[in-house]
Write a protein that binds this ligand. Structure first.
Ligand SMILES: CC(C)(COP(=O)(O)OP(=O)(O)OC[C@H]1O[C@@H](n2cnc3c(N)ncnc32)[C@H](O)[C@@H]1OP(=O)(O)O)[C@@H](O)C(=O)NCCC(=O)NCCS
Length: 212
């Protein structure tokens, strides 16, 4: 029935507008500085510490609800500054579904990056490694080398984890389900646990085109 489809479409659009209103308000009230046309679809989890900052560029989309992305998301977007002075900065035109970003010192994500569903990015191990200390001590103080930098136009596949101290070069691709423990060169494709070099983006893209 036509009127049923129209009704369903209108109801979906209204629900989406409501989710965006709630999400945008929740993110900004929690302290996120977000540029124009940046939308939080669904309510993200945000936490900050004194003098920490979370800045997001323009025209970004953060999806916290499973109905807004093809694969669904397992959890809402999580943006956490874990220690005083920690910084998360995310560039213009980026997209993220159910992503978790935790920073004890600095996580930078460049413009136009795409992060697949449920990606985790963090610049700390959260616990000391010594057996007794790891149970009781607070999060270790960060070292400058722990910062995470993801350059522009990087594509990170679904459910990947980017660990402390990693830099990912411009235009690189990280395969689904990867654990990135070391630097990734620009315009390369890496995948696996730990993520290993598969080749360069141009030859992967070329091979795909040739297979068609
Ligand atoms: C990394 C990726 C882009 C490579 O695609 P491709 O260029 O077509 O590469 P192929 O499928 O030909 O695979 C090349 C090799 O890499 C391996 N490989 C590909 N993806 C891998 C992954 N995610 N983890 C481990 N190994 C992987 C393949 O097994 C193959 O190994 P082999 O040469 O030993 O047989 C793709 O596999 C991928 O992971 N895409 C991300 C999808 C995604 O998460 N989208 C976001 C949704 S929200």
């Amino acid at each position: 029935m036509n009127w049923q489809r129209t009704y369903a479409r209108v109801a979906r659009a209204a629900a989406q507008r409501l989710d965006a209103t709630v999400g945008n308000a929740a993110a900004r009230l929690a302290g996120v500085t977000a540029g124009e046309e940046t939308t939080f679809l669904g309510r993200p989890i945000v936490s900050m510490e004194p003098r920490s900052s979370i800045t997001v560029g323009q025209r970004c989309t953060f999806i916290s609800g499973p109905r807004y992305t093809a694969l669904g998301v397992a959890r809402p977007v999580v943006l956490r500054c874990l220690l005083p002075n920690a910084r998360i900065s995310i560039g213009d035109d980026t997209g993220a579904s159910g992503v978790t970003v935790c920073s004890a010192s600095r996580v930078e994500i460049g413009a136009r990056c795409m992060r697949g569903v449920d990606v985790v990015i963090c610049d700390t191990d959260f616990h000391p490694l010594w057996p007794v200390r790891r149970r009781w001590e607070p999060i270790p103080l960060p070292e400058p080398a722990d910062a995470v930098t993801i350059s522009e136009d990087v594509f990170i596949g679904a459910r990947s984890i980017v660990l402390k101290g990693v830099s990912i070069g411009r235009g690189a691709v990280v395969g689904a389900g990867s654990v990135v423990t070391s630097d990734v060169q620009a315009n390369t494709v890496v995948a696996g646990n730990p993520a290993r070099l598969l080749g360069d983006v141009a030859s992967h893209a070329g091979r795909r085109a040739a297979r068609r």
